[in-house]
Design a protein around this ligand. Structure first.
Ligand code: FMN
Length: 225
């Protein structure tokens, strides 16, 4: 019952409910591979990725959802053999586009026209602004910018996982080139950026009991009022 209450998302959840969630979560090292996330819950979680904000709304990302145990076994050695890769319920590979061009921006504009039922001409200024933004960046800078957007989605995703009491481990400890190769990402115009494994913690994951280590407020904030 208590667990159900903690999942309740009403207005009475208190002003600092997200802090409660963030204190509950930790980067899970050992998952209980017998515990599965329901399809409905996974779908709702993935919707958070789709709804995540990005610069100009351009969504320069894709998320590869990997359940296949054979594939995950193949990937594991390229992630320092971290057990989460195979033992978590789901592995998600957060990917950035390898390139973003005028065609992509035009497709995005078309989707705004369709969804909001606005004339295309009314978006001419917005379209030009996005094209200028892209043109103003060199190839490396644009890739870096797209990767930054992917991390925004990761942040929202981790927050939602903690809110639903689903355990997660964000992971940068992997070889992106190897992951790209195995998952055939270049063919799809993508490159892997960061991973997230999700599921339920093993009861003997001793990391779950460790105190959270964060710098004090006075080291984190600068008050210029
Ligand atoms: C972008 C990112 C990459 C991370 N990569 C790994 C990883 O490869 N393996 C791992 O076990 N933990 C990884 N972590 C977890 C961090 O070590 C962990 O979040 C940090 O120590 C703070 O602890 P907490 O999340 O338990 O509060 C990563 C975290 C982030 C945000």
């Amino acid at each position: 019952m208590k667990e159900l209450d903690s999942r309740f998302r009403g207005n009475d959840s208190g002003g600092n409910s997200m802090n409660n969630d963030l204190n509950w979560r930790y980067a899970t090292k050992k998952f209980d591979s017998s515990k599965k996330i329901s399809k409905q819950e996974l779908d709702e979680l993935l919707e958070v990725l789709r709804l995540s904000p990005s610069s100009c709304g351009l969504q320069p990302w894709k998320f590869v959802v990997v359940h296949d145990p054979v594939l995950r076994k193949e990937l594991k050695p390229h992630a320092h053999n971290q057990p989460q890769i195979t033992d978590a319920d789901t592995l998600i590979v957060f990917c950035a586009l390898k390139n973003i061009d005028e065609k992509y921006v035009k497709r995005f504009i078309d989707s705004i026209v369709q969804v909001r039922a606005v004339p295309k001409e009314s978006l001419a200024g917005y379209e030009q602004m996005m094209l200028d933004l892209i043109k103003g960046k060199g190839p490396e800078e644009i890739v870096q910018w797209m990767k930054q957007q992917v991390y925004i989605a990761l942040g929202f995703f981790l927050a939602e996982c903690s809110h639903r009491k689903i355990d997660a481990c964000p992971m940068e400890g992997f070889d992106p080139k190897k992951f790209d190769e195995i998952l055939e990402l270049p063919k799809a115009g993508l490159e892997s950026v960061v991973l997230c494994t999700i599921g339920y913690r093993a009861s003997d994951d001793h990391y779950a009991a460790l105190k959270k280590v964060r710098f004090d407020k006075n080291e984190v904030f600068i008050d210029r009022s």
